[in-house]
Design a protein around this ligand. Sequence first.
Ligand code: CMC
Length: 433
Amino acid sequence: MPKKDTVTITDNATGKTMECPVLHGVHGVPVVDIQGLYKNLGYFTHDPGFTTTSSCESRITYIDGDEGVLLYRGYPIEQLAEKSSYLEVCYLLLYGELPTPTQWQDFEARIRKHTMVHEDGRHFLRGYRRGAHPMGMLVGLTGAMSTFYHATLDVGNPEHRNRSAMRVIAKMPTLAAFIYKHGVGQPYVYPNNKLSFVENFLNMMFSVPAEEYVPDPVAVKALELMLILHADHEQNASTSTVRLAGSSGANPYACIAGGVATLWGPAHGGANEAVIKMLHAIGDAKEIPKYIARAKDKNDSFRLMGFGHRVYKNFDPRAKLIRKACYELLDKLDASEQPIFEIALQLEKIALEDEYFISRKLYPNVDFYSGIILSALNIPLSMFTVMFAMGRSVGWISQWMEMMGEPNQRIGRPRQIYSGAAKRDYIAIKERD
Ligand code: CMC
């Protein structure tokens, strides 16, 4: 049959029809363009959770969930994880190509220039009580960045947008480390621009004025991998939030704050923290069947954290890479996280053989393992989702840049099915029963 590039929608009630164009991306499932549906047939579409809705056209990231493929700007995640660095991936996501040596030098220098945070911004931390959740502080601090850079907040100006992107990428590690230091009550450590991006972050996190600190190359490599794997993931909940916020013309820092807030939820980035809590709660491999049974019980809200994904119905390719890194890391570092990893491996094995998980295509996702890496690097549990946010900040800002650069960019505004009270008249309080 010849390929027909339209889909005909017939309204059985009226007999009216509408031809909808079918759009083809470079890869992926064809997409039916239903934009004229309301005008032609008088209907909206209904798709809660956006399970089959494409919200935008993007050239940044491609996922094939059935095959377990993840490409950044066309490059397979496996190649980038092996050969690239987080900062080079940032360049790639932002500008679409790997940098030439000159472009790379220029980019690195620009990022280094922006690593410091305005002192007044740092003082905000004093307002947070000790024990405040780091993600709560990060939501506040990222939003607050918009109050410091008034001169470059014209979202219609490409140079301002680019400057904001540099600031977001460069300052995220500084904010994250300051948040940690606030929590543990140690002196804040300023960025050291002689160090690489990841070394600088570890230095700000773990060095103290009283002692010399040299970042462990094993830790640097593991963290670099974790950041690369989290750098972007197309139109996930937090990225869609950033785009939706940005579609109103809001400034980039406010949009990123929205992304951080969305990421915090345990169904999204908060899963890395939830996984470790779950593994500790299991405590012993003997207890695993009890937890599997709970996950399968429809009357119990418990889910196996780190399992399942909206898009991946095959192994999450990021999970494969990070699982391997877990083995390597626990071999090399003081393996205090080894017992948790053993429980994770047994849980994974039992779940992967269970009909409930097989039939629903529930595989371990990236966050099933990322917490184990972060624990082994001595990053405290409450900081895990901040680490995810640090990696994902480049994805958020790249997607925002792409959207803001589009000539026909419009405000995002979904519709709804109204199921509340029908129109009725106001009754004075005295007349109500
Ligand atoms: N444990 C037990 N059952 C599950 C799980 C799980 N982790 N995940 C999904 N299911 C079941 C669910 O109950 C449903 O069963 P049924 O068809 O009988 O009603 C079926 O699988 C489909 O689930 P869904 O909720 O419709 O799937 P979704 O695409 O809406 O949700 C998800 C995806 C990731 C939110 C979900 O799998 C989940 O809550 N996983 C645990 C949290 C987690 O690990 N999140 C991190 C995602 S990866 C990091 C990131 O990029 O955010």
